[in-house]
Design a binder for this molecule. Structure first.
Ligand SMILES: Cc1cc2nc3c(=O)[nH]c(=O)nc-3n(C[C@H](O)[C@H](O)[C@H](O)COP(=O)(O)O)c2cc1C
Length: 305
């Protein structure tokens, strides 16, 4: 069973991926946070630059929208040497879906079909898809699956929620089962995998599943990747080195202590889950405006792993 890291805009950039691979990996592949709201911005180019992603398998994700815009970005991505890209059909953000992009594309299966037909004909790379099961509700899921079944995707990853559900609420496992039974291409499950037991349960229920894609579960407890692979967990000093490496990686392109502190705090908003009984220290870390104090507190916690 393949293990993928889910795209996480704001968290899962190249600095995070490299440090993750070194201390908790290897895992099979990483999907980049989406690029291409029109063209490849400098920040996006830096994130997927092969020079910044050595030794990991990266699949750049491009936002689904109009085929012409998609193909323009895809040509740019392909020129960097990538052989596969991933289409984002899941982003639930209003600014994205309002323009018929991301999960907004699931509203109209016929328009989705038209988009995919052009992309699959003209994209210079192999194509995989990451999707939700609907926009408002899952009523159109069977029609969406019929559209998917027409194309030869590298894989289809399903986060079995609607866009309306955002990142919370019941998973539509019935929809996932329908996809498992009907799609011929490799299928990847994504959503709420937080423990080794969660991963094992999915593998047991869907023995032909190609892979699992994990987002928040990895950011909250990166050692989950070692547990799934049956590898030795890092020792506390390695967590400290991991944390220092993250920070120096971010310092390489962020300017000023304040932006660095915010960047680290963003990660700790998730990673704090690893230290549920350390509420007092986590509160101090949230409050402090000093990077030095933040790091001292963080390293106290990391040494308790
Ligand atoms: C902060 C954040 C940023 C995300 N950015 C992306 C993104 O750029 N592209 C994408 O397809 N999904 C994105 N997602 C969705 C995740 O990839 C994943 O589908 C979702 O979190 C469910 O999986 P999980 O329960 O393992 O986290 C994001 C989710 C979060 C919480």
């Amino acid at each position: 069973m393949k293990i993928y890291m889910a795209p996480m805009e704001g968290i899962g950039g190249y600095v995070y991926r490299n440090a993750f691979q070194k201390y908790f990996g290897p895992i099979d592949a990483y999907i980049s946070p989406f690029v291409g709201k029109g063209s490849l911005m400098n920040r996006e180019r830096r994130d997927i630059d092969p020079e910044n992603n050595k030794g990991i398998c990266l699949i750049p994700q491009i936002m689904g929208g109009d085929a012409e815009g998609f193909l323009k970005v895809a040509a740019d991505v392909a020129s960097l040497g990538y052989k596969e890209c991933n289409i984002n059909l899941g982003c639930p953000s209003g600014t994205v879906t309002g323009r018929g992009r991301g999960s907004g594309m699931l509203k109209d299966p016929a328009a989705l079909d038209y988009f995919l037909k052009t992309v699959m004909r003209e994209c210079p790379m192999k194509v995989s898809v990451k999707t939700r099961v609907g926009f408002e509700d899952a009523d159109k899921w069977e029609d969406i699956l019929k559209v998917f079944s027409k194309y030869d995707f590298e894989s289809v990853t399903i986060h079995p929620r609607t866009a309306k559900q955002q990142y919370e609420g019941e998973l539509h496992m019935d929809c996932f089962k329908k996809a498992y039974e009907s799609l011929k291409c490799p299928l990847i499950f994504n959503g709420e995998i937080k423990t080794l037991e969660d991963a094992e349960k999915l593998a047991g229920s869907f023995p032909d599943l190609y892979g699992l894609m994990i987002g928040r579960g990895f950011v909250k407890r990166p050692q989950l990747a070692c547990e799934i692979a049956g590898r030795k967990l890092p020792v506390p000093e390695e967590y400290v080195s991991w944390h220092r490496e993250l920070e120096s990686g971010y310092a390489g392109y962020l300017s000023g202590e304040r932006s660095l502190l915010f960047k680290m705090k963003d990660m700790w908003n998730f990673y704090g889950d690893s230290f549920k009984s350390e509420e007092k220290t986590l509160k101090k870390m949230k409050k402090t405006q000093s990077l030095q104090e933040f790091n001292t507190l963080a390293e106290q916690l990391l040494r308790k792993q």
